[in-house]
Design a protein around this ligand. Structure first.
Ligand SMILES: [Zn+2]
Length: 169
């Protein structure tokens, strides 16, 4: 299996990758551009490996496609808690959650569909099936509150997304 970050179009060195873990019970993940990613403790605690893999593939896809997320974290000062997650970068698993609020704009529907399709390419290059992405989206829908917040507020139109993923080869 190829690490997901090695399966993207951009060849970033590991030193360029920043992954912040936010102390937040909502399930969410975000890409701030330039190889900078955020995940919540809610995501890490509630997702199994496959679900986490699908979500991260989707975020890597946004990064790869250059979708400007403008994600940022309020309340952390300059100390971005940087971790290297075992699932995407082998050999390290130190997790240090940071306090703060993730602020990200919502992606458009077309950006979401594009990111999902590219996430499937990334997953397939890494040796996984598209079902990883479909299952991860279905899980997010089941696990997120209907009144918004979390992943679905910044990554909308999930039913549509699942439907179009099923049509991919
Ligand atoms: Zn998205």
């Amino acid at each position: 299996m190829v690490p997901l970050l090695r399966a993207g179009d951009r060849t970033r060195s590991l030193k360029e990758i920043r992954l912040g873990v936010l102390e937040d019970q909502n399930i969410n993940a975000a890409n701030a551009g330039g190889g900078e990613f955020y995940v919540t403790t809610g995501l890490l605690q509630k997702a199994n490996d496959e679900q986490l893999r699908g979500i991260l593939a989707h975020e890597i896809a946004h990064d790869d496609l250059g979708h400007v997320a403008k994600a940022q974290v309020l309340g952390t000062g300059l100390n971005l808690g940087v971790i290297l997650l075992e699932q995407i970068i082998p050999g390290s698993s130190t997790i240090t959650p940071i306090a703060g609020t993730l602020v990200a704009r919502a992606y458009s529907r077309s950006e979401e569909l594009e990111a999902d399709q590219h996430a499937v390419e990334i997953l397939q290059r890494a040796g996984y099936s598209k079902d990883v992405m479909i299952d991860a989206l279905a899980w997010v829908m089941q696990s997120s509150p209907a009144d918004g917040g979390g992943f679905l507020s910044t990554h909308p139109a999930t039913q549509d997304r699942i439907a179009s993923l099923r049509q991919l080869k």
